[in-house]
Design a protein around this ligand. Structure first.
Ligand SMILES: [Zn+2]
Length: 226
């Protein structure tokens, strides 16, 4: 895995994992503050799992960071109002109080954003990365790549799935938690613009968006070489 942003949070996470203590991530600044997730030692994802996903969505910063010789993302001006920061801080205090009172619910493991322009909240699932160097098996990917390929016969999904084992709806239900502009592998799913004139099957947009992600990665690498 690549070098991850904000190494000081990696240290915070390592210290809490060693002490067996949970901790709550909060971002107070920006027009969209973050509250959560609670990182729990021995359970679910760790900070490195989340940092890896964050880094994937900040590709535009890489060439800039490299050009300026920085070992971390460029510090940007804090774009927020004190009212938004206070709201985020109070929300984080409320979450911490509920946690200390023993209340547990599924969204405590997610990153929640509050859009201060319209006060909409959104839940972004945070997934554990199996090959995470901090909480997983770093050699897992290499082992799987070198493992012999064993073809297995499966029933085809049929309608809308081509020769795939899952239909688009099934695929979306299984992997929807990986769609997020902050914590996901795919930033967003939407119908491909070239197909908007006729109703496309669900997930048709995935190919277009994934291709965009690949294109962005190519542009990033080209810029880094320049
Ligand atoms: Zn991890």
């Amino acid at each position: 895995m690549r070098r991850l942003p904000l190494p000081e949070l990696e240290r915070v996470d390592a210290e809490h994992r060693a002490a067996g203590q949970p901790w709550l991530l909060t971002r107070l600044c920006g027009y969209e503050p973050w509250i959560g997730p609670f990182f729990r030692p021995g359970e679910g994802p760790c900070w490195s799992c989340l940092a890896y996903r964050l880094e994937q969505h900040r590709g535009y910063e890489g060439p800039l960071q490299q050009a300026l010789g920085l070992d971390r993302p460029l510090v940007r001006p804090i774009a927020s109002l004190s009212a938004g920061r206070v709201m985020a801080a109070q929300s984080a205090v409320l979450e911490a109080a509920k946690w200390l009172a023993g209340l547990r619910y599924a969204d405590q493991g997610a990153l929640r954003t509050v859009d201060t322009l319209n006060l909409r909240t959104r839940v972004h699932a945070v997934s554990r990365i199996p090959q995470c160097p901090s909480c997983g098996e770093p050699g897992l990917t290499g082992r799987r790549v070198w493992a012999p390929f064993v073809p297995v016969s499966r029933t085809k999904a049929g309608q809308g799935g081509g020769d795939r084992a899952l239909s688009p709806d099934q695929l979306l239900r299984r992997h929807a938690h990986l769609v997020s502009p902050i914590t996901g592998i795919v930033p967003v799913l939407e119908p491909s613009p070239v197909r908007r004139s006729s109703p496309p099957p669900m997930c048709r947009g995935t190919t277009w968006r994934c291709a965009s992600a690949v294109l962005r990665a190519c542009v990033r690498r080209a810029a880094a070489r320049a």
